[in-house]
Write a protein that binds this ligand. Structure first.
Ligand SMILES: [Zn+2]
Length: 234
């Protein structure tokens, strides 16, 4: 017993010496502050920016929207704002938690001009087709074809990174549109991937939870070589 306690107390003393040498008080406070970060009190959603990974709202389970509020002007304005943010950040899908609202709502829009920017070979092999502006309220997703396709994916909430993610080939979503009317949406390929990704946002999941970790890249990593930062060694 005493032998073990000596070993432990010896290690504690060593750690203390080590700590004094290695860590400044400021660096310890900075490290601990990670656990006590809070949003500025003035921050009130919906935001006019996209929340980045680390924001707790992206890890919350989104709540269903009370159908009584759908017809209100405030809700309709919020829906329009979500679409405005999708266009502003040039993305094809955006979920309400990404603008700070933990609600079961997302939007998808894939315009024809965006599809035409993709090489025809990839349009065909990745099954990339346009999708008109579609709002999904309180969506329920069913996987129609569980066979998976692996492709690189990005997310506006994990800016500048991408990774390969496996997603089902075909999905069906039953949801309400922006006027509270039920509809059924079934898609394959790229659109099925986008919908599955947005549904994940409503569960507090990000693509990094599903990715193949070794494929996780900073998209523009090679551009850092173009800045002539070479050190001259004499
Ligand atoms: Zn995303």
């Amino acid at each position: 017993m005493s032998r073990y306690s000596n070993i432990i107390s010896g290690r504690v003393k060593n750690m203390q010496k080590c700590s004094v040498r290695s860590f400044s008080f400021r660096s310890i406070i900075k490290f601990l502050s990670i656990y006590y970060r809070v949003k500025p009190e003035s921050a009130k959603p919906p935001y006019n920016f996209i929340c980045q990974v680390g924001d707790p709202v992206l890890r919350q389970k989104a709540a269903p929207i009370d159908t009584k509020i759908i017809q209100t002007q405030e809700f309709q304005n919020t829906v329009d704002h979500l679409h405005k943010m999708l266009r502003k950040y040039d993305t094809v899908g955006l979920a309400a938690p990404q603008i700070g609202l933990p609600w079961q709502l997302f939007v998808i829009e894939l315009r024809e001009d965006s599809v035409n920017e993709v090489h025809p070979f990839f349009q065909k092999t990745c099954n990339i087709v346009p999708c008109p502006l579609t709002y999904f309220i309180n969506p329920k997703l069913e996987i129609i074809n569980p066979e998976e396709d692996i492709m690189f994916e990005t997310c506006a909430s994990i800016n500048c990174y991408h990774a390969e993610v496996a997603r089902p080939l075909e999905v069906e979503i039953k949801a309400l549109n922006r006027f509270g009317e039920p509809f059924c949406w079934r898609e394959k390929g790229w659109l099925a991937r986008i919908a599955h990704h947005e549904m994940d946002h409503l569960k507090g999941l990000l693509y990094t939870d599903r990715m193949f970790p070794l494929t996780f890249d900073y998209i523009d990593w090679e551009k850092t070589y173009n800045k002539k930062r070479n050190v001259v060694i004499n």
